[in-house]
Write a protein that binds this ligand. Structure first.
Ligand SMILES: [Fe+2]
Length: 416
């Protein structure tokens, strides 16, 4: 019998240097990659940080520090203009996911100029493939979260459409990631909490994503679905988050190092498998924000930090998806520290959701979408905004209708 289902998976592994002191290798790597005119991307808060100074001691670079904490099409375009005018042959990004994503987009539009929406994911943009390689990009994350240094994804808000979307291409993946956990020592607790839950959700969504064998054979997307390679990273990242997330938020430096490693592993996993329902919902939770501001973050504009926008929907989302692959949800709950004695497959969603809620309570992150400013009146806009994220929803282990999404948002209004 002919099998029309996918039977093989690809391993797209980024190059990574991980550990204390990794940042001190930036200059050597830039030279080895042949970079002569280097642009260093960072944000206003990090501009005068020891991390940026450490890189500038090794590399002569032009600094761009105008990165928005949650990037928009406008901030991407401004960064791209800087990159085009500078005619750089190498890029270094020092910062969180926003900085790394902005650097990817700037290098893309400077190298392959186009109308902004050309490379942006459908349905917001045209989703055109990136036509050629980009100059070397060394990504140096300073948070323990997004995993952006290992993925080919750049996320932004399209302001005129009030839509959060992104650009996804393997060509956007940084050439090298220098992950130096000492950068996380001075992060505010709220930033560690938000980025830590982003890590946890990357791992949990990749682990429970529709398996790669469920896809029809054909061109292989970047998000292939769960596979043995991504499973390996997801499991270890879940175990590390279960054991160390709370202590990392409380300031324990060893725990922050463990969380940095979890972020790296989870980044590799989700860059390879793909995330699903909580990240799809996060697009509208972040995109439709009205007044919410979180301490530890810049207060000038209302903003739901990415990791918070993901985790506020996660317990409700996993209660929904568990019936599609209860064993995986149970295993994830156990890795997060849940007691599985006497548990049956029917308990899988509840157990994983409770493990999440317990960690959310312990780290004082907002208690559902109500706590970041939404009410019952917002449910239809939130649902519409998330339902267009079909690229992500297609990765869900269980089919998700618009009505299902509405139900999950309702359940996510408040957990305790
Ligand atoms: Fe994320």
């Amino acid at each position: 019998m002919t099998c029309w289902h996918e039977t093989a998976f690809a391993i797209e592994a980024p190059r990574i240097v991980f550990g204390h002191g990794a940042l001190s290798e930036a200059g050597d790597h830039a030279r080895a990659l042949g970079c002569k005119r280097v642009a260093l991307f960072t944000d206003p808060r990090l501009k005068d940080s020891p991390h940026v100074a450490a890189v500038l001691r090794q590399v002569d670079a032009e600094v761009y520090a105008e990165v928005n904490v949650e990037p928009t099409d406008v901030s991407f375009r401004n960064a791209a203009r800087f990159a085009a005018e500078g005619r750089f042959d190498g890029y270094i990004s020092v910062g969180g996911g926003s900085v790394i994503d902005t650097c990817k987009a700037a290098a893309l539009y400077a190298t392959h100029p186009a109308e902004f929406l050309r490379y942006v994911n459908k349905p917001v943009g045209e989703g055109a493939p990136v036509p050629g390689a980009l100059p070397p990009h060394i990504a140096c994350p300073t948070t323990c979260g997004t995993g952006s240094e290992t993925t080919g994804i750049a996320v932004c808000d399209v302001l005129s459409l009030r839509a959060k979307t992104g650009i996804a291409s393997p060509r956007l993946r940084p050439t090298l990631a220098l992950v130096d956990p000492s950068c996380t020592a001075t992060l505010p607790a709220e930033v560690v909490a938000a980025s830590g839950f982003d890590v946890l959700c990357h791992a949990l969504e990749s682990y429970t994503a529709r398996p790669f064998t469920a896809r029809a054979k054909g061109p292989r997307p970047m998000s292939q679905g769960a596979n043995p390679w991504s499973d390996m990273g997801s499991r270890e990242a879940l175990r590390l988050c279960g054991a160390h997330l709370v202590e990392a938020v409380q300031g324990d430096l060893q725990a922050r190092e463990k969380l940095s490693w979890a972020a790296t592993l989870a980044g590799i996993a989700f860059g390879n498998a793909g995330v699903h329902v909580p990240h799809a919902m996060a697009y509208s939770v972040a995109g439709l924000v009205r007044e919410f501001r979180m301490s530890g973050y810049p207060q000038d504009e209302p903003m739901v930090p990415h990791g918070v926008s993901v985790v506020v929907s996660a317990p409700a989302a996993f209660r929904f998806t568990a019936s599609a692959c209860p064993e995986r949800h149970l295993e994830a709950a156990a890795l997060l520290g849940a007691d599985l004695r006497g548990a049956t497959p029917n308990d899988a969603g509840e157990l994983v959701a409770r493990a999440l809620e317990k960690a959310m309570q312990a780290t004082r992150v907002p208690n559902g979408i109500g706590a970041v400013g939404y009410t019952g009146n917002d449910l239809s806009a939130l649902t519409k905004g998330a339902f267009v994220q079909q690229r992500l929803l297609g990765n869900s282990p269980r089919d998700v209708s618009e009505a299902d999404l509405g139900g999950i948002f309702t359940a996510a209004l408040r957990y305790w």
